[in-house]
Design a protein around this ligand. Structure first.
Ligand code: AGP
Length: 602
């Protein structure tokens, strides 16, 4: 989703901003722009629809500038276009801003203050910059005061970077609900919505919190709240290796990230092992879970699918009843809660606005919570009581792969630790089981040629497809279908195999691909029977089964693992099928249309 960068120092601001925007490309966007300015107050605005490469080709290399702001836009108000792309400027040309988030009362603000202004875009963002200019002019306010007065009038979410053309020695920033970081350098400072954008410049970052304003010069970062009280906050070191952000020899990040999964499993075991080689999680985090009477997972998309598997793991190993909820539903239609609930938020990015709104509400009720995330210091991590990290390394492709398997592995580790604490597990074996999983994953990622040819055979021309399964296989079918649809644009459904004949089988026609997952002994025969029912109606059927449950005609046989961990392995061929299908269709695998990596608006 939208990304922000800002720089003030003495080097070429254009190049630093463009490079930063390139590092944010993975988040998904449809237009981009930069505004740069030099010490002589000469400002230049460049905007373009489409990729950063298109913006780059529009930027005049002769322009000299040592400060500026930049933005990648994912359209919310107004179509993707140059006109709607950020940065936006006030009518008098004095102020320039970039903004992430959504201003909910933009119409009211417009009606109350800006009837006299001819707006040039359809965005809610333009309202902010025009409002700042209005207060600066009509009330003769300095920039900070006009900025504050404007944002106090706003309702909604925002991360904003602002430049006042009459004072090019300062870049301003403000935040509410949308993430924003300030980066500290030697003789320069930066602003970014994601540390990845500026990790080449610095690894020292300070978080801006909700309802705070920052005044950023090349020497100083000053943070204050809306009442003008100065806030001192220590910087932290972003543990990002810029090499992790490169694709290396891979054509796409998604393939790299699929290949990294065995290593992530092994790393997780090491990260959660204590000096006695037992899995361990800090006791203060374990005890509220052990003592809770019900666990509520909240998550979106792929992370929700990991939660479905996590429910089975927690219930099987800890006996604690568990519910899994889609965050965007839970916050506004909260079910009756148990007496002693514990909340677990699952989020690769740790920034998903749908999950955050639930966390804010649960914090207001003083319920304890845990966030399982890949991003240390992310909003959900900071705002929940506890955090467990995925240690998967940055996930850049919009389609989540290694984060999904890491989420399940962390939930498996947590389940075993809590189960042992409750005395339900006498002989823990998760370390060995995850080692077996890592080896099984490796053998499957080595089967790329076979899976690529299955993708060609089954998915190259179809307009719809089905994954079916029961139990754990049903959970994986949901994730497999999401993965296929989001990057291939084939309409795909994940379905409980037994439910097909209650309606959906009507959609099966000659050649419809139906892929069955068969890894659970107790229901294997039933799922195979349901697959036969689709075959009898013309479906082009494929079977992914587990060693020991396989039959001679099965197309992919995954190695045997502890059945409760089967999703970690059975999902791998489905990820590769999606990848090759998208590749063969000529799509941008890493940046599928309309999607964003980090979904920071509700
Ligand atoms: C997965 O491939 C998707 N890109 C998407 O469903 C994602 O899992 C969802 O938006 C949740 O994101 P999060 O894990 O960062 O919260």
């Amino acid at each position: 989703m939208c990304g922000i960068v800002g720089y003030i120092g003495s080097r070429d601001a254009k190049e630093i901003l463009l490079h930063g925007l390139e590092k944010l490309e993975y988040r998904g966007y449809d237009s981009a722009g930069i505004f740069v300015i030099n010490e002589e107050n000469n400002g230049h605005l460049f905007k373009e629809k489409g990729r950063i490469a298109a913006l780059r080709s529009k930027v005049d290399n002769a322009v000299e500038a040592n400060a500026g702001i930049g933005h990648t836009r994912w359209a919310t108000h107004g179509e993707p276009s140059v006109r709607n792309a950020h940065p936006h400027q006030s009518a008098d040309g004095r102020f320039t801003i970039v903004h992430n988030g959504v201003i909910e009362n933009y119409q009211e603000v417009k009606d109350a203050y800006l009837e006299h202004v001819d707006l040039v875009s359809e965005t809610d963002t333009e309202i902010i910059v025009q409002l700042i200019a209005w207060f600066a002019e009509t009330e003769d306010l300095d920039t900070v005061s006009a900025f504050k007065k404007a944002i106090v009038a706003l309702e909604g979410s925002y991360a904003i970077a602002l430049v006042d053309n009459t004072d090019p020695e300062v870049v301003y920033a403000a935040k509410n609900k949308s993430p924003l970081l300030l980066g500290k350098g030697d003789g320069f400072n930066v602003i970014c919505s994601d540390a990845m954008a500026m990790i080449k410049e610095t690894n020292q970052f300070v978080e801006l919190m909700d309802k705070e304003i920052a005044v950023v010069t090349r020497e100083e970062l000053i943070i204050e709240n809306f009442s003008g009280e100065r806030i001192e906050r220590q910087s932290y070191t972003a543990e990002l290796d810029s090499n992790d952000l490169e694709k290396g020899t891979y054509p796409y990040y998604m393939l790299k990230e699929i290949d990294e999964q065995p290593a992530v499993m092994r790393r997780l075991v090491l990260k959660y092992q204590d000096e006695d080689d037992n899995l361990s999680i800090a006791p203060p985090m374990v005890s509220p879970i052990t003592n809770s009477d019900r666990i509520y997972y909240n998550a979106s998309g792929t992370s929700y699918h990991a939660g479905l598997v996590g429910k089975e793991l927690i219930e099987e190993m800890t006996n604690i009843p568990t519910e899994v909820h889609i965050s965007s539903e839970f916050g506004y239609h909260t079910p009756l809660l148990s007496e002693n609930p514990f909340f677990i938020f699952i989020s690769q990015s740790g920034e998903t606005a749908d999950s955050r709104q639930v966390l804010v509400k649960m914090n207001e009720m003083n319920y304890p919570s845990l966030t399982i995330t890949n991003v240390a210091g992310s909003t959900l991590s900071r705002e929940s009581t506890y955090t467990l990290l995925l240690h998967a390394g940055p996930e850049i492709a919009v389609a989540s792969t290694k984060a999904y398997t890491a989420q399940i592995a962390v939930l498996a580790i947590l389940s075993e630790v809590v189960g042992s604490e409750k005395g339900l597990i006498k002989e823990p074996n998760m370390i060995q089981d995850l080692g077996i999983v890592a080896n099984a994953m490796q053998s499957l990622v080595d089967e790329k040629d076979t899976i690529e040819s299955l993708a060609s055979d089954y998915l190259s021309i179809t307009r719809n497809a089905f994954y079916i399964g029961r139990g754990m296989d049903y959970h994986v079918a949901l994730e497999a279908a999401l993965k296929l649809k989001e990057i291939s644009y084939i309409q795909t459904e994940g379905f409980a195999a037994g439910e097909l004949k209650h309606g959906t089988i009507a959609l099966i026609e000659k050649g419809t691909p139906v892929i069955a997952l068969v890894t659970e002994k107790s229901v294997a025969g039933h799922t195979r029977g349901n697959l036969q029912e689709t075959k009898a109606r013309g479906a082009h059927t494929m079977v992914i089964s587990m060693d020991g449950l396989d039959r001679p005609d099965d197309h992919i046989v995954i190695p045997k693992v502890n059945p409760i961990l089967s999703p970690l392995v059975s999902v791998i061929p489905t990820q590769l099928l999606s990848y090759y299908c998208s590749l063969h269709r000529g799509n941008d695998v890493d940046k599928p249309r309309n999607l964003a990596k980090s979904v920071t608006v509700e």
